[in-house]
Design a protein around this ligand. Structure first.
Ligand code: FAD
Ligand code: EPU
Length: 346
C-alpha cells in the first residue's frame, strides 16, 4: 500500500471525538493523498465494509463501537485554483481544519466565510450538514465538491445545486455513505458584504470599538461571541448543538409563540414554515445545567449536551431521549439530533 496510507487496528476513539466518550474501531486508515482511495477501498480490509469517514469527530456520538473500518482523510492543502471576475476559487483538501481555512481565506483577501469562524472540524465534513452560523451557511459559498463513490468506484464533482443544501442538511447527509468527500472548492468574493443581522454581532463589534468592520473584524467578533456562549470541547466534552432547531408549519409555530411570547423563532426562506429555538424549548423545560451522573446539559447553553468526564455515549444518548421526551410532552414538538449517532437510531 502507498506511503500516504497508515493503518491502525483496535483504535481507541476517545481522543478522536469531541464528546470524549470511549469507543473502539476495529480498523482505521489515515489517507494523506485521496487519489489512492480507490486502491485502499478495493483492498481486503475495506472491500466488503464501506468505511465510516471521520474528520474531527465534532458531530458524532459513539453510542456503541463502530462495526465498520474508519477512514480519516488527512490531506490539508489549500490552493487558489482560479480567479473569476471579483472572486477566486479556493480549493481545500478534506482534511484541512475548518477554522484554519477560514483564516487562510481571509489572509488571501477573500470574503464570505468570516461568519463561520471557529466552527470545529474539517473541510470535508462542512458540506455534510451544510454548516451554518451567525446568518451564513457554507453552501452559499461552495463552488463544487469533489467526492469518491465507493459503491461505483467513480469520482464526482457536485455543484452546490447537486448537493441539495438545506438547513443542517444535504444530499450527503440524506444518502449517508454514498460519497466520500475528498476536497471542496469555494467561490469567494474579493469585495466584502458584511452580514451583521444575527443577534449579537453588531453589539460585539461596537464593544470592540469597530464602526466600519472588515471581514477579519467580523470573524473576530464571531469568535468572541462563540467563546462566550459555547463550552470549549477541549475543556468539557460536547458536540455543539445536540438538536436541530425544529422547522414547524407556520400555523403551529405561530400558536406556540402566542402561548410563549418569549420563544425566539427564525425565518426559513418559506412563508409556510418557521424555525423555532430548540435551546429555548429545552431551557423552558428546566434542563439547563442539569446532569445524570457525568452526562449533562451545559450551564451556558441549553442546546449543548456535555460530558463532565466519564459519561458514555449511551448515557448521553439516554439523556438526549429524556430531554426530547419532555419537550414533546410539554410543547408537542419533536426534536431531532444534529450529530451522527453511531450504534443507535433515533
Ligand atoms: P465528524 O464529526 O468527524 O463527522 C461528522 C459527519 O460527517 C459524520 O457522519 C462523518 O461520517 C461525515 N464526514 C466527515 N468527513 C467526511 C468526508 N470527508 N466525506 C464524507 N463524510 C464525512 N456546526 C454548525 O453547523 N454550526 C456551528 O456553529 C457549530 N458549532 C459547533 C460548536 C462546537 C463547540 C462543536 C463541538 C461543534 C459545532 N458544530 C457546528 C458541529 C461540527 O463542528 C460540524 O458539524 C463540523 O462540520 C463537523 O466536522 P468534523 O470534521 O468534526 O466531522
Ligand atoms: N436560548 C435559550 N437558552 C439557552 C440558549 C439560547 O433560551 O440556554 C435562546 C435565546 O433566546 C437565544 C436563542 O435561543 O437568543 C438562540 O440561541 P443561539 O444564538 O445560541 O443559537 P441557537 O439557535 O441555539 C444555532 C446553531 C448553532 C450556531 C448558532 C449561531 C443550530 C442547531 N444551532 O444555535 O450551531 O452556532 O445558531 O448561528 O442551528 C451547532 O450546529 O452545533 C451549533 C453550535
Amino acid at each position: 500500500m502507498s506511503d500516504s496510507v497508515r493503518l491502525f487496528r483496535n483504535v481507541p476513539l476517545k481522543s478522536r471525538n469531541t464528546f470524549g466518550v470511549p469507543a473502539f474501531a476495529p480498523l482505521l486508515a489515515e489517507v494523506d493523498d485521496a487519489s489512492v482511495l480507490p486502491d485502499v477501498l478495493a483492498s481486503a480490509n475495506f472491500r466488503d465494509h464501506p468505511p465510516l469517514v471521520i474528520g474531527g469527530g465534532s458531530n458524532l456520538l459513539f453510542v456503541g463501537d463502530p462495526q465498520v473500518p474508519l477512514l480519516a482523510l488527512t490531506g490539508n492543502r489549500v490552493t487558489v485554483v482560479a480567479e473569476v471576475h471579483d472572486a477566486a476559487i479556493l480549493r481545500a483538501d478534506a482534511g484541512t481544519t475548518w477554522h484554519a481555512l477560514v483564516m487562510e481565506s481571509l489572509a488571501l483577501g477573500l470574503c464570505g466565510l468570516e461568519n463561520l469562524a471557529l466552527i470545529p472540524g474539517t473541510v470535508g465534513a462542512a458540506p455534510i450538514q451544510n454548516i451554518g452560523a451567525y446568518g451564513v451557511e457554507v453552501g452559499e459559498f461552495i463552488h463544487r465538491v469533489e467526492a469518491f463513490a465507493p459503491a461505483t468506484g467513480e469520482w464526482h464533482y457536485l455543484s452546490a445545486t447537486d448537493c441539495a443544501f438545506a438547513y443542517r442538511d444535504s444530499l450527503f447527509k440524506r444518502e449517508s455513505g454514498r460519497f466520500i468527500i475528498t476536497a471542496v472548492e469555494f467561490a469567494l468574493p474579493r469585495n466584502f458584504s458584511p452580514r451583521l443581522s444575527y443577534a449579537g454581532i453588531s453589539a460585539q463589534l461596537a464593544s470592540a470599538g469597530v464602526s466600519n468592520p472588515t471581514a477579519q473584524d467580523v470573524a473576530a467578533a464571531v469568535v468572541a461571541i462563540r467563546r462566550s456562549k459555547l463550552p470549549d470541547p477541549t475543556l468539557i466534552g460536547n458536540a455543539g448543538s445536540f438538536f436541530k432547531n425544529p422547522i414547524l408549519p407556520a400555523a403551529q409555530a405561530s400558536a406556540l409563540q402566542d402561548a410563549n411570547p418569549s420563544m425566539p423563532t427564525f425565518a426559513t426562506g418559506s412563508d409556510a414554515t418557521r424555525k423555532v429555538s430548540a435551546a429555548w424549548l429545552i431551557d423552558a423545560c428546566g434542563w439547563k445545567g442539569r446532569r445524570n451522573a457525568d452526562a449533562g446539559v451545559s450551564e451556558s447553553h441549553a442546546l449543548v449536551l456535555v460530558n463532565h468526564g466519564a459519561a458514555s455515549g449511551l448515557e448521553l444518548y439516554e439523556l438526549a431521549r429524556e430531554i426530547a421526551g419532555s419537550v414533546r410532552k410539554r410543547f408537542g414538538v419533536a426534536l431531532e439530533p444534529e450529530p451522527r449517532l453511531i450504534g443507535a437510531i433515533w
